[in-house]
Design a protein around this ligand. Structure first.
Ligand SMILES: Nc1nc2c(c(=O)[nH]1)N[C@H]1C(S)=C(S)[C@@H](COP(=O)(O)O)O[C@H]1N2
Ligand SMILES: [Mo]
Length: 200
């Protein structure tokens, strides 16, 4: 297993300093936030697709997903509602691993992340090639809880947490950007916590 433990992150935790983006407070528990219901997981029907502007469209079953090379990443959560949860240990498959397998076409510049019940989140393709971005099935040593996205969620540490779709089912590569579920409801398209890009 390859490991990446957030090597570029500062070691000292000092809330109020540069560990915490503007307007954020540290929480030790883990709030649950989402629209709609917690979907039921069925291994028989679950798949993860990488499609759109790719050379090799992928359809990965749950069993196949478990056999992919795995990574561990420690990162902080920054929710737009102003709580931050530090030092989350995620385990799963790097998004760039999947993107390299699917081979993005040259015109691909954006990714629409698709989750259950039509939830979507949009990101630049570049953002999903970042080494700290993964599709996680475990958190702090335990399988992901249903309310936090079991069986699989995206984790994008450098953006507000609404970009980190729970119950993910695939990535669609596109040439044009397409605002996701929260982005069409007034949330900022870029969502960088360090620039406090909350709404537009
Ligand atoms: N599928 C799905 N993913 C989602 C959401 C959602 O409504 N549906 N909400 C987002 C928002 S707004 C936040 S803050 C985080 C919350 O994740 P958590 O409940 O694990 O803390 O999930 C994000 N991912
Ligand atoms: Mo959120």
């Amino acid at each position: 297993m390859s490991r990446w433990w957030g090597a570029k992150r500062k070691e000292v935790v000092a809330p109020g300093t540069d560990r915490l983006p503007p307007g954020q407070r540290v929480t030790r528990d883990w709030p649950v936030l989402h629209a709609g219901n917690i979907p039921r997981f069925s291994e028989a029907t679950w798949d993860f697709r990488v499609f759109g502007l790719v050379e090799i469209p992928l359809r990965i079953t749950w069993r196949e997903f478990q056999a992919l090379p795995r990574v561990q990443v420690v990162s902080d959560i920054h929710c737009v509602t102003s709580w931050s949860r530090l030092d989350n240990r995620w385990e799963g498959v790097a998004s760039r691993e999947l993107l390299h397998r699917a081979r993005a076409k040259p015109e691909a510049r954006f990714v629409i992340v698709h989750a259950e019940q039509g939830y979507t989140a949009n990101l630049p393709l570049e953002a999903l090639l970042d080494e700290d971005v993964l599709f996680a099935d475990a958190h702090d040593g335990k399988p992901l809880a249903p309310e936090h996205g079991f069986p699989l969620r995206l984790v994008v540490p450098k953006r507000y947490f609404w970009k980190s779709a729970k119950w993910v089912r695939g990535m669609e590569l596109t040439a044009e950007d397409r605002p996701g579920f929260w982005e069409v409801r007034g949330y900022n398209n870029n969502a960088d916590p360090w620039r406090a890009e909350r709404y537009w």
